[in-house]
Design a protein around this ligand. Structure first.
Ligand SMILES: [Zn+2]
Length: 164
């Protein structure tokens, strides 16, 4: 049985990466939901609602995860039942100083229950969601590795609220 759904936000200029992710998803026997470009919060909400696996990876299209992250995050979630989500910050120079929602792996049931980011609030999705998580009995965890963020190289995400 599949245990992970990858919720990937897509961007029309990044089809090669999307193909790479799709191949990786198929190879590992994960499930996948591609979010339509109808506004990030709405797109994420729709894909999260469709996830039918125990764990869900929320992946931004301009993020590259380090090798072993997904496998080790799932191991951690299986072993420590008090952990609700695992996430990484980005490597320098794109470090945010906080863990990124766009790298996060969740217990799907929990994410479905609490995902309610208000894009219009101007608050970054990460801190919004870590605050939401804090109001549950679950903890946020991380691993000793960083993701790569291609901020400013692709897409229009250079004015992220994460760095205001
Ligand atoms: Zn953020």
């Amino acid at each position: 049985m599949k245990e992970l759904t990858v919720v990937l936000t897509i961007h029309k200029d990044d089809t090669i990466y999307i193909e790479t992710v799709v191949q990786w998803v198929v190879k590992n026997g994960y499930d996948m939901k591609l979010s339509p470009t109808v506004g990030l919060a709405k797109a994420r909400r729709e894909c999260i609602d469709q996830a039918g696996t125990e764990y869900t990876l929320v992946l931004d299209f301009d993020t590259r995860l380090p090798d072993g992250y997904v496998e080790n995050a799932i191991k951690l979630l299986k072993r420590y039942l008090e952990v609700g989500a695992v996430a990484l910050d980005y490597e320098v120079p794109h470090t945010q100083g906080h863990l990124a929602f766009g790298t996060s792996i969740w217990r799907t049931d929990l994410l479905k229950k609490i995902y309610d980011w208000d894009e219009a609030s101007g608050k970054c999705e990460c801190l919004w969601m870590w605050e939401r998580l804090q109001r549950t009995k679950f903890l946020l965890s991380t691993l000793p590795m960083q993701a790569v963020h291609l901020k400013g190289k692709v897409g229009q995400n250079s004015q992220s609220p994460c760095n205001r």
